[in-house]
Design a protein around this ligand. Structure first.
Ligand code: SF4
Length: 273
């Protein structure tokens, strides 16, 4: 049995009602600073446009990113990676183009649903959609078929630069393995935990980055028009911490964890007894 006490779990349960306890807040910041110092900025999301981010957020459901890239490349080649392109392409053709991402008929339908939503509510304009208050837009997105919290928050953060943290399966796995959260914590609890932790003084989040070297201190993706878009400092931290967690999960925190090589190994709770 690892060392953290039930008191930690109680603290997490209180998060939605109160602010994050200082110790837990400090812990999240330590994870962020450790990953950032190790890998540096990740330049997520690798996309040319906001619509490409949105399409990617749908297509990445239940598949890996390399399959999404193939589907996106098909859409780009067919010149339909625009609102008007997705509006006018027949559903069956769209499904064929997104086939590499799996569940392609469902995903094509979901993309069509999003375009209909955009047309009905915002006259087909992403500008009009993204100037909405975060909470209002989040509720609207969550009402769409095929949009769960992770997809909604990915769209809000990475396409719209709204300050929300995206929780994914790696976040849950790492936080559970490190006993930061109890098993089966709700998405909103984890989102709230990280968002509150990073709403802190900017100085405590700053990390001195050493010169990149070829071994590990490098982004997973090259800088893209979307990764270098102007955004608030807070949105940038949420952007970065999610990308870093995904990388830690993807490279080390797999079904069988590779803790010896992982930058978070020093933060594993100590065994007692
Ligand atoms: S692989 Fe890394 S993140 Fe996962 S449990 Fe081990 S040290 Fe923690």
């Amino acid at each position: 049995m690892r060392g953290r006490t039930k008191a930690s779990y109680y603290e997490v349960a209180q998060l939605l009602a109160t602010s994050a306890p200082p110790r837990l807040r400090g812990e999240i910041i330590r994870y962020y600073r450790t990953l950032l110092a190790h890998w540096g900025p990740q330049h997520w999301w690798p996309a040319q446009t906001r619509l490409e981010v949105i399409v990617g957020a749908y297509l990445t459901q239940n598949t890996n990113w390399s399959n999404v890239e193939k589907a996106i490349a098909n859409l780009r080649r067919a010149r339909v990676l625009t609102v008007s392109g997705l509006r006018s392409i027949p559903l069956r053709e769209l499904a064929t183009l997104v086939r590499p991402s799996g569940y392609f008929r469902q995903k094509a339908r979901k993309l069509k649903t999003f375009i209909r939503f955009l047309d009905r509510n915002y006259a087909g304009s992403l500008d009009r959609m993204f100037v909405q208050p975060t909470d209002k837009l989040r509720v609207q997105l969550l009402e769409l078929n095929g949009v769960g919290p992770e997809t909604a928050d990915s769209i809000l953060l990475y396409a719209g630069n709204h300050p929300v943290f995206v929780v994914d399966a790696y976040t849950r796995r790492i936080f559970e393995r490190h006993q930061i959260i109890p098993a089966k914590s709700k998405y909103e609890e984890m989102r709230s935990l990280v968002e509150r932790a990073l709403k802190t003084s900017p100085d405590s989040l700053r990390v001195e980055l050493s010169a990149p070297d070829s071994s590990h201190h490098s982004p997973r993706h090259p800088v893209s028009p979307m990764s270098r878009m102007a955004r608030s400092e807070l949105a940038q931290h949420y952007n970065e911490i999610h990308a870093l967690i995904v990388r830690a999960g993807n490279e080390f925190c797999r079904a069988t964890p590779r803790c010896e090589e992982c930058p978070l190994r020093e933060l594993l709770p100590k065994r007692t007894g």
